[in-house]
Design a protein around this ligand. Structure first.
Ligand SMILES: NC(=O)c1ccc[n+]([C@@H]2O[C@H](COP(=O)([O-])OP(=O)(O)OC[C@H]3O[C@@H](n4cnc5c(N)ncnc54)[C@H](O)[C@@H]3O)[C@@H](O)[C@H]2O)c1
Ligand SMILES: [Fe+2]
Length: 382
């Protein structure tokens, strides 16, 4: 079997690195940019940091920002229309996963108009053409959508989120600048950071994991575990660490997949608009306990990467528990709720569980769950 790795063509890291965007646009001879961002990022003057640079450099651009968190089919379709109306030839996506995922959907459909309905892009679809070029600038430290081949869309009519997996959607350039993330409030920093930790842990234990992605995921777990508390407190080291750690996790999971933490989190985003990172963080320790028996020695390495001492002297049961406890502690320290009581309505669980079974991340889980298993997992979190 061949292990495939797909990464950005070029990526920039470090505070202040958004200054590279202008040179990239000029070097690639883009004539007109569609800036894809969301309304709050305009209001908080986050996307302005980039549009000011475009203006100073005399680069023509228009803005599309009709995007909600957990973006919808309609958000993408209106973005396609905005791209055409602007006469643009490239996108600068500025935002969290919601803006970047919308940009990916727009860029794929512009290059592959036969998928204009968006729903036909669900799962692994072999589109013919590469998406039109995207320069992606994350403003949260979590999803790593700037380096993944995935995007997630909400189907409002069917009350579900679906994952699209397509190597043609990867942004050509990613600019990971912690200054773009410094305005995140504490709760958003915590939630998106726990999303990144979930990527690293699910990517490390997923069925397709191999040595190269293990290297990325373990390093990501280490960086995120040492940085997230600081990032929530607002320290520059914490912010820089999270910016890097979430990207390193993305380099890994994008190429090997995730698991049922994500499958169970997606329906909560679709049905209750639960922030993606909050949903993941609440579900992660419970699913880690469920998956433990299918993970060999891996939880020892997770515990070690999270800074647990003495893992080599622990029994299997002890190091598995230590890894789960370390995740619970980090989650509690950054203020994530411990259960789904205030989010999920008990009568919805059969629908949520079926939705999780149908999710594109589910086959990657180290243990194959039944519908009953997923129902029991949701119930144990109530
Ligand atoms: N493509 C992928 O591989 C991938 C991976 C994981 C999650 N996702 C998807 O990404 C979405 C979640 O993205 P997210 O967690 O980054 O959040 P988000 O993009 O939904 O943003 C949440 C809110 O935070 C605000 N915000 C973002 N950056 C900010 C900043 N710097 N300062 C102040 N406010 C800011 C936004 O304006 C928005 O109101 C979900 O739809 C999820 O399913 C995609
Ligand atoms: Fe995620």
């Amino acid at each position: 079997m061949a292990n495939r790795m797909i990464l950005n063509e070029t990526s920039y890291f470090g505070a202040g690195s958004i200054s590279c965007i202008v040179d990239e646009i000029k070097a690639r001879a883009f004539q007109k940019i569609l800036v894809v961002t969301d309304p709050d990022l305009i209001r908080f003057q986050v996307s302005t940091k980039v549009t000011n640079l475009l203006e100073q450099a005399g680069i023509a651009y228009e803005v599309y920002s009709k995007i909600k968190a957990n973006p919808t089919i309609q958000n993408i379709q209106e973005g396609v229309a905005a791209f055409k109306a602007a006469g643009a030839d490239a996108i600068v996506a500025i935002g969290g996963g919601s803006a970047m995922d919308t940009a990916k959907g727009v860029a794929i459909i512009v290059a592959n108009p036969e998928y204009a309905d968006v729903v036909s892009l669900e799962g692994a679809v072999a589109t013919k053409n590469k998406c039109i070029p995207i320069i992606a600038v994350p403003t949260t430290a979590g999803t790593a959508a700037e380096v993944t081949i995935n995007y997630v869309v909400t189907d409002v009519e069917k009350n579900r989120k679906f994952v699209c997996v397509d190597p043609h959607d990867i942004p050509v350039v990613a600019v990971i600048d912690a200054d773009m993330m410094s305005s995140m409030p504490k709760g958003l920093t915590a939630a998106t950071g726990m999303d990144a930790l979930t990527h690293a842990i699910e990517g490390y234990i997923t069925k397709g994991a191999w040595e190269m992605t293990d290297m990325m995921h373990l390093k990501a777990i280490e960086i995120i575990s040492r940085s997230l508390r600081g990032a929530v407190a607002g320290t520059p080291e914490g912010r820089e660490g999270m910016a890097l750690g979430q990207y390193v996790a993305g380099m890994g999971f994008s190429n090997v997949g995730l698991g049922i933490v994500h499958s169970m989190a997606h329906p909560l985003g679709a049905v209750y608009d639960t922030p993606h990172g909050v949903a993941n963080a609440i579900i992660l320790p419970t699913v880690m306990a469920y998956n433990a028996e299918a993970t060999g020695e891996k939880y020892r390495e997770i515990a070690r990467a999270m800074g647990v001492k003495g893992v080599d002297e622990m029994t299997q049961e002890e190091y598995r528990q230590a890894a789960i406890d370390a995740v619970k502690q980090l989650s509690a320290d950054v203020g994530i709720p411990a259960n789904l009581k205030d989010i999920v309505k008990a009568e919805d669980i059969p629908f949520l569980a079926q939705s999780a079974m149908d999710d594109a991340c589910r086959p990657g889980n180290p243990k194959d769950p039944t519908l009953e298993d997923i129902i029991a997992l949701y119930e144990s979190l109530m």
